[in-house]
Ligand binder design. Sequence first.
Ligand code: SF4
Ligand code: SF4
Length: 458
Amino acid sequence: MFIDHEYIERILEEAKGAKGEDIKAVLEKAKRRDGLSYEDIAVLLQAEDKEDLNEIFKLAGEIKDSIYGKRIVIFAPLYVSDYCVNNCVYCGYKRTNEFNRRRLTMEEVAEEVKILEKMGHKRLALELGEDPVNAPIDYVLECLKTIYSTQSDNGEIRRVNVNIAATTVENYKLLKEAKIGTYILFQETYHKPTYELMHPKSLKGDYNYHTTAFDRAMEAGIDDVGGGVLFGLSDPKFEVLGLMMHNKHLEEKYGVGFHTISMPRLKPAAGVTLQEFPHLVDDEMFKKLVAIIRIAVPFTGIIMSTRETSEMRRELIKYGVSQLSAGSSTGVGGYKEREEGRETLQFKTSDDRTPLEVIKSVLDDGYIPSYCTACYRRGRTGERFMKLAKSGEIQNVCEPNAMTTLLEFAIDYGDKEILEKAEAVVKTERERIKRKDIRDILDKNIERLRAGERDLYL
Ligand code: SF4
Ligand code: SF4
């Protein structure tokens, strides 16, 4: 197994002796974009001193800006089934929780999609529990077909990322054929003894099968995969190094590491109280983890869900978060239920702002909210995507696409205030684009957008 527990534990132990000068030396190395070793990351994780932490935050922000510019990608989750045969200790959907489980019919999926489209969303994350009988792969494929084919007015979903349980190469091939964006699977915890404790007597309980899921996905031809850890289950420093080892394994074996990393923190849910978990991550530690991951894997997107408060999300954008969910419901059929004033959730969300409110706040903080889905549709995935990101050229497409999709959002779904803010951002940011050919394409796209065309990107 490529997650070497003994090695991680040893370097974490050794790093405990790290002094201020060791942390500074690692930061200098990171500034030169030299690439950090596991030992370097372990040293950074020891930082406690305010000055060192500020340096870490500053560098993380600079790295994010230098690669992706000011764009923050916006998406929403869509929960379609809460049937689950697993019994994950930390989850409200666990099989021992008794409640009326259901899966959406295709009509209901289409209804949810229409609501999401009216909110302006173009990019979804499809979520469901594991149940080979009640929600088999055919059901997932049907959902994908329904989502992609449900359009209302100018609304359409252009990219669906899929978060389903670890499965076989054959099933991953089917997902690839169904044109998924990123295949997302949370490891939950890399620490094997904790993993086994958290997943008693269940399909998901096989650590090796779960941890090698991306290998099978890559073998099936899916080249964008997104990892993640549920912070709070085990020592967070161990988890960060686990993520890094997993990333390196994928890079070495398949030429490309994580496309994204999701960073959820444990939250209370039905039948789950936080007191039973000894490794909860406080706000200060969480900020440090986000910033260090940004420094360690500069080209990987970092996803933050509405589990975090609006204040925390605003702060974390500065330290490297590059994708935010907005207006999320974490219940099956939750968007319709919300419209009707009744909503049941997989876990408690903390940022209940509408997408419009999120967009305004991202704009006010100086970033460009983006509904872009271009790379996947232009075939810029896997190694091809990483090459563009590593050369710094991704900014040439990210920022113009962010401006075009923001303006599209503002015209179709915004209010007067959003439209004015979007117009102002486009005006200033356009000037900052150095390449004339890119500016020209942007101008043309905006002109076509105003004339009524949609879905314009480069
Ligand atoms: Fe099921 Fe996923 Fe919840 Fe585990 S985390 S109980 S697999 S829905
Ligand atoms: Fe993402 Fe590519 Fe669009 Fe940039 S251009 S926001 S990397 S899809």
